[in-house]
Design a binder for this molecule. Sequence first.
Ligand code: NAD
Length: 262
Amino acid sequence: WLDLEGKVAIVTGGASGIGLNISKELIKNGAKVVVADLNVEEGKQSDGSYFVKCNVTSKESVDQTVAKTVEIFGSVDILVNNAGVNLPRLLVDDKGEKPEYELSEKDFDFMVAVNQKGPYLFAQASAKEMLKQNKGVIINISSEAGQEGSAGQSCYSATKGAIIAFTRAWAKELGKHNIRVVAVAPGIIETTGLRTDAYNEALAYTRGVTVDGLATDYSKSIPLGREGKLTEIGDLVSYLASDRASYVTGTTLNISGGKSRG
Ligand code: NAD
């Protein structure tokens, strides 16, 4: 149904979590996938994917990844800007006891570089390839936090909001070249990658619950009563990447089990 046969996709941050699943779903639907991630060794895999070691914050690294994709597979038809980092911290440390709850300047710059500059660099390099064939799709992985704002995650929320603004602007710039640009805003998804002890501790603190109580707190806030499955994001991205979504551009699809409308 979602025929991606012959299409070439780049998935940033595709070595784990949501990105890994997006890569698998795209491959299942017939696409060839270049996984661009910091945490992989270069090389072809048997499942239709090729790994490129890439740092999305470096223009040189991004340009090399796009060039390598064209060299190996001949084009870039689909870009999924998925690599992201989230270091939940407060605007001000309101207790004063644990200064680590306040976001440092270094962490602010880090989040902006990965979540905001990275997608820009990748869209810029990929769109140049898409322009040559007058066709393409750019899918930006935002977050419910980027639509609603999330306590303790104001910098992360802002970077994810920026992705939504990029999506609207690029869709207007690139529509005349038959290039669609969409964003996906997941709610709480069953990943472990971002959930370090420090992440959980900071989130529990901002939500006024214990770390052990976080899962219950999440579920209570979701009308469907559970976290989202990785495959549910992969399915939506595959649909958006396919010609079935040929009139969908410039918009952000919220996928949060009803937690927010977006
Ligand atoms: P994850 O940590 O499991 O995966 C992120 C991947 O990005 C990792 O493989 C990591 O190596 C890679 N990465 C990080 N920095 C990079 C860089 N500079 N260059 C290249 N690769 C880099 O995270 P996830 O939970 O799968 O999140 C994926 C995306 O989904 C992120 O953009 C995140 O903000 C978004 N998101 C996640 C959730 C959730 O609940 N997990 C909710 C909403 C949005």
